[in-house]
Design a protein around this ligand. Structure first.
Ligand SMILES: [Zn+2]
Length: 208
């Protein structure tokens, strides 16, 4: 019920900060001015933000507090980033949750982020292309080598004809192990070039 009410409020007053939920005069930007002053933009391609502070708060609300509607605004920010460097792609592929986790959450956050990105790039979003065939434990507290092992072989893609050029979309990148495993599965299935775009990069060793 609360999610429905806040969803309706967002329709009436669309410029609300994704991190603190206050009304914001920053049109076309996902954060309000005070929150925006606290975030670090990621300075190389493939990500919008560095993880932490208001960005971590926004992602928490989006993923764990049922605020699926934030995907539209957060994805729009990713779309702007993608337009700068992604070029022409044949498909936008969200990194999928395992179906058990999607069922528990009620939505798949990467799929919601992929929609605005696909629209901006005028490419189809391929929601049923990639599957997570193993329900891997959370990566958050694993060291790098364990992360690689944790996700190896976790994904499977349907066969892809014509070496399509793809853009993978996910919410957070830490070591890149998940994206690498997903890209491997797409290439094994026949994808050509596979690029990756995330909302935020978690910089290891930095307090969040
Ligand atoms: Zn704010």
């Amino acid at each position: 019920m609360q999610a429905i009410v806040s969803g309706l409020l967002d329709l009436i007053a669309p410029h609300r900060c994704a991190a603190c939920d206050r009304a914001s005069d920053m049109e076309g930007w996902v954060l309000c001015r005070p929150c925006d002053a606290l975030v670090e933009r990621h300075d190389s391609t493939g990500a919008v933000f560095e993880y932490g502070g208001p960005v971590a708060a926004a992602i928490r609300r989006f993923k764990y507090e049922g605020r699926s509607e934030l995907g539209r605004a957060l994805g729009a920010q990713m779309a702007e980033e993608a337009l700068v460097w992604a070029g022409r792609v044949d498909g936008v592929v969200p990194v999928p949750l395992h179906w058990r986790r999607r069922r528990a959450r009620g939505y798949d956050q990467a799929a919601l982020l992929a929609k605005p990105v696909a629209r901006a790039l005028e490419a189809p979003a391929w929601f049923r292309c990639l599957h997570r065939i193993r329900n891997t434990p959370s990566q958050v507290n694993l060291p790098h080598a364990a992360r690689l092992q944790n996700v190896q072989g976790a994904f499977q893609s349907r066969a892809l004809a014509g070496s399509p050029r793809l853009l993978l979309v996910d919410d957070v990148r830490t070591t890149g192990a998940t994206l690498a495993a997903a890209a491997d599965a797409l290439r094994a299935a026949g994808a050509g070039d596979v690029q990756a775009l995330v909302l935020a990069v978690r910089v290891l060793g930095r307090a969040t």
